[in-house]
Structures are given as C-alpha cells and as structure tokens.
Design a protein around this ligand. Structure first.
Ligand SMILES: Cc1cc2nc3c(=O)[nH]c(=O)nc-3n(C[C@H](O)[C@H](O)[C@H](O)COP(=O)(O)OP(=O)(O)OC[C@H]3O[C@@H](n4cnc5c(N)ncnc54)[C@H](O)[C@@H]3O)c2cc1C
Length: 385
C-alpha cells in the first residue's frame, strides 16, 4: 500500500492550485455576487487538460485517470465549489459516458468538444416531480419514424441555459418501466421546441449555472440515441457512479478550504488576551474538522483508485460521497462558528463554503440515497459493481 502522490500527480495538484488562486480567486466574490459564469475560464481549464482524465487517448484522453481528476477537482473546490462543477459536465459525465456507451462516430464527434471546454456539457434526469426516483420521470421521446419527438420538463439541470451538447434521459416506452428509458445526445441551443430558463434562486454555487429545460415537440435525429434504445436507466446509474466521485472530490476540496480558513483565523484572532486557537474548545473543533477532512481524502482517493483499476467501486464511491459531503458541511459549519460574526458576513468565505457544501449532500443522490446503496450492498441485497 502506498499513500503518496507521484511526482506527476503533485505537479497536477500544483497546476490546479495555481489556477484556482490566480484565475478564479481574484474575481470570485464579484462573480459570485453577480451569479457570473465565465465560459473563457472553462476553455482555459480545457487547455490545461483538466477535463481529459479517465478517457481513451484516441478521443483526447490525457493518459491520466479518475484519481488525477479527483486531485484536480479537489484543488479547484478548495477555492470555489462552483468551479468544481464543470469536472462533472466536461469530464466525468457526458464524455466518459459517451466513451463507454457511444458508437465510433459519437465518440469522435462529441468528446473532444467537451474536454476542450468549447462545447458546454450537461446531463438531465431530474424533473419537477422526479428526483431520487429517476424511473418516475415523465419526459418522453416518441418514435416518429424519421425522428424522435421530445416532450416534458427537466429541472435543476446544471448548465441548462448555457449548455450546448449533453445527455438527456427520457422514456421511449413507459410500459417497460426501467427498461423503457433511453439516453440521447441532444443540443439545447440549436433544437426547435426546446426552451431553457435559469434558476437564480440557488443558495450557493452562484458561478455554476443551473436551470430548467422544457421540451415541446422538439425533434431530434434518429441517431441521437446513446447505446441501445431501452438502455437509458443502466447508462444513468453507470454515469451517476462516476459523477458521484466528482461530487466527493468537490466536498473534499470545500472541507479543505473551510479547514484552512478556520485555522488561519484561529491563529490570528485574539480574545481575552490570547489567540482563539489557544482555547481547548476551539482546538477540539479544529481537531474534528481536520480528522474528518483527512478521513474523507482517504475514502475519496480510494474510490477513485478502484475505478482506475477497473474494480467494483459503487460501495466505496457512495461511502466516499456520503462521508465527504457530510464532512464538508460540518467543516464549513464549524468554520463559521470559529469566525464568529465575521463568519456571518458575506465578506468572508466561511458562509460560502457552507452554502456550496450543502449542495453536495443533495446532488448525484442525496445522503439518504447513498445510505441505501451502502446498506443494500452491506446486507447482501445488491452486488458491488
Ligand atoms: C445545484 C444543483 C445542481 C443539480 N444539477 C443536476 C444536473 O445537472 N442534472 C440532474 O439531472 N439533476 C441535477 N440536480 C438535481 C439533483 O440531482 C436532485 O435534486 C437530487 O437527485 C434529489 O432529488 P430531489 O431534489 O427531487 O429530492 P427528493 O428525491 O424529492 O428527496 C427529498 C428528500 O427525501 C429523501 N428521500 C427520497 N427518497 C428516499 C428513500 N427512498 N429513502 C430515504 N429517503 C429518501 C431524500 O434523501 C431527500 O432528503 C441538481 C440539483 C442542485 C441543487
């Protein structure tokens, strides 16, 4: 067993840390206040090969794996939870899913655009009445002979109103239940009958766009299907097990950011004639935050490593996502307490860490859903895959 990073992994970590500090941080609070998403930053991340991990080299992969994607995403999230989100949209979501289930033409046509950041990616399952129970979705794709016709509504979709090409999950035959769902590669900007609207009321992740999509008789070509007709549910579950590790990496980064800020503050703020870090109660808070953050890192790196080995990892991925997202919320919440009144001020990042961390307990399967997966495998009801 070896716990250290290789020289190359350390270099990637440095590149991501520098990028976050030099390209994201200087304008971050202004961008957050104005809910500003900057496509040019996405392209820069693409140029630095941030989105090319865990992909075959013939489609633009950089020769690195899930572990390196996690290492990069962690460093970005340490500064901004919002700017971690693109790792799921441009790398771990659509590209890796198309690399696995797509035909040759789809792989060559779509993957390079996503990984370079030129094409803004997305994936759409959630609807107003469908969240955890993905198979309850109402959106349909009807076979009209020479095209598919889309009807329905998606909600809470990252990049909905800025997205280009991405994955849509819809029913092609509702009577077949799970086996009647299919996955499509669609274009949001160039398809008639598709309208998108931004959701501006989010608590956090203000630089990561989220929105709604309405399909009103939208026509898409017959060859838009990813994999086989009726394979959508299987593709969706496979995809979620990958995008979930991206969320876990994001949580790890946010926890790290919250811990670092709290330690820094505890070492500078004085009350009753001493630094607040000299008080045992503050020390206990910091010890818990640090221990949980360190444990989260081991769990997240282990799950990513298992993916790179091609070994079963659903169990470990869910544990990593559950533990890291809860650790991030706890670290951010304790961090706010350590900052006192300044923790309650939007001038300090403590509250942003908490607002962003909460999203990670919800997306890609809530904490309860992770517990269902973990307990189901532990009790022998399901196999780890
Ligand atoms: C910022 C943000 C970005 C998002 N991006 C995307 C995206 O890009 N694409 C996309 O498709 N979706 C996206 N989502 C949606 C997200 O994935 C869903 O919100 C999530 O799956 C939970 O669904 P829900 O909100 O409908 O909650 P529900 O499923 O309604 O759950 C509500 C509560 O009930 C609990 N619950 C539900 N079922 C069970 C059960 N069987 N056992 C125990 N407890 C249960 C849940 O844990 C939760 O606490 C995004 C959401 C947010 C906030």
């Amino acid at each position: 067993m070896h716990f250290g990073l290789t020289e190359e992994q350390q270099m990637m970590q440095d590149v991501a840390r520098n990028f976050a500090e030099n390209e994201i941080l200087p304008d971050l609070e202004d961008d957050e206040a104005n809910h500003r998403f900057r496509p040019e930053l996405l392209k820069k991340m693409g140029e630095l090969s941030f989105f090319a991990c865990a992909l075959p080299e013939e489609y633009g992969g950089n020769g690195f794996g899930y572990l390196e994607s996690v290492i990069l995403a962690e460093q970005i999230a340490k500064v901004s939870g919002s700017w971690r989100v693109p790792f799921n949209m441009q790398n771990l979501g659509p590209p890796i899913t198309v690399a696995k289930f797509g035909n040759e033409e789809q792989k060559r046509r779509f993957i390079p655009g996503w990984t370079s950041g030129e094409t803004i990616g997305f994936f759409a399952m959630t609807e107003p009445n469908t969240g955890s129970d993905v198979a309850s979705m109402g959106t349909t794709a009807s076979d009209r002979g020479d095209h598919w016709e889309l009807n329905g509504q998606k909600m809470w979709i990252s990049n909905a109103h800025v997205g280009d090409w991405g994955l849509l999950y819809a029913f092609t035959d509702k009577s077949q239940k799970h086996k009647g769902m299919s996955c499509f590669i669609i274009n949001l900007k160039e398809t008639e009958g598709i309208t998108t609207t931004a959701i501006e009321s989010k608590l956090g992740l203000h630089c990561a766009p989220t929105g709604e999509i309405v399909f009103d008789g939208a026509k898409i070509p017959k060859d838009s299907v990813l994999g086989e007709v009726g394979q959508g549910f299987q593709i969706c579950m496979w995809q979620l097990n990958n995008t979930r590790i991206g969320c876990a990496a994001g949580a790890l980064g946010i926890a790290g950011g919250a811990v670092a800020a709290a330690i820094d503050y505890a070492n500078t703020r004085t009350q009753f004639g001493q630094k607040i870090g000299a008080y045992q109660m503050v020390q206990a808070q910091i010890a818990d935050m640090v221990a949980e953050h360190e444990a989260a890192r081991l769990l997240v790196y282990r799950a990513a490593w298992l993916k790179d080995q091609g070994l079963p990892n659903q169990f470990e991925t869910s544990i990593a996502k559950l533990f890291a997202s809860e650790a991030a919320v706890h670290a951010a919440s304790e961090g706010m307490k350590i900052f006192g009144s300044y923790g309650y001020s939007t001038e300090y990042p403590a509250q942003r860490f908490l607002r962003d961390a909460h999203s990670l307990r919800v997306v890609e399967g809530t904490s309860n859903i992770q517990k269902l997966i973990i307990s189901g495998i532990s009790l022998g009801d399901k196999e780890n895959r």
